[in-house]
Design a protein around this ligand. Structure first.
Ligand SMILES: N[C@@H](CCC(=O)N[C@@H](CS)C(=O)NCC(=O)O)C(=O)O
Length: 210
């Protein structure tokens, strides 16, 4: 398999953190990582459009030549093929609750930060859109507040003691904010504690570079 990705870009980073957590947990998923340079527009080349019709990253090339190109679909596919160590949990209720946390980290936080960055100081050169930035700043707030409340019992990771896919998504999102010097955690001490601890994890080394 081949994973097409790019450093710091949050959606590929979320998958790369997932792979690193699996590796540190004892499961080295056999896969080659290939970088597609977003800053040069390589994601819109005919070559990459064949890997993802929307010209986005990440994209996973399967051994049979087909592509899976939504970050969560990639993670869930790999999790089904390589179930141990589980980053989702073993019973249906645990899996549902961990997916729920991941959806909040993705839809509520990663997408909001991504849109905020791209409408204020886009590394892809997109034009500023202050009204859209305001909308996503407002949308981000209750999601961070919710995750702050989840961490209020002192748990080290989003779902408790075990690392789960939501941790990977949240860490990728916050790094993208730091990339543009956006600080979101001033009023969220539990999230700051989580963030510092997550950045110190073995799996984060070399992937969270900011
Ligand atoms: N929903 C998709 C989003 C993919 C996405 O937006 N990827 C960004 C990088 S984080 C991208 O490739 N952007 C390039 C562009 O917009 O041209 C996923 O979860 O994989």
């Amino acid at each position: 398999m081949k994973l097409f990705a790019f450093p710091i870009a949050p959606n590929p980073t979320k998958v790369r953190l997932y792979l690193a957590e699996k590796r540190v947990g004892g499961c080295a998923i056999p896969l080659e990582e290939i970088m597609v340079d977003l800053t040069k527009g390589e994601q819109k080349s005919p070559e990459h459009l064949a890997r993802n019709p929307f010209g986005l990253l990440p994209s996973l090339e399967l051994d049979d030549g087909r592509y899976v190109w939504e970050s969560l679909a990639i993670i869930e596919y790999l999790e089904e093929r390589f179930p141990e160590p589980s980053l989702l949990g073993r019973d249906p209720e645990t899996r549902a609750l961990r997916r729920q946390l991941e959806r909040i980290a993705d839809i509520g936080v990663l997408i909001s930060i991504g849109r905020l960055v791209h409408t204020t100081d886009s590394p892809l050169g997109l034009p500023p859109e202050p009204a859209v930035a305001d909308y996503f700043r407002r949308r981000l707030a209750p999601n961070l507040d919710y995750l702050e409340s989840v961490l209020a019992d002192g748990r080290p990771l989003l779902a408790g003691d075990e690392v789960t896919i939501g941790d990977c998504t949240l860490a990728a999102a916050l790094q993208f904010g730091r990339f543009r010097k956006l600080e979101f955690l001033a009023d969220h001490p539990n999230l700051r504690r989580w963030d510092e601890a997550y950045r110190g994890r073995e799996a984060a080394q070399g992937i969270l570079v900011l």
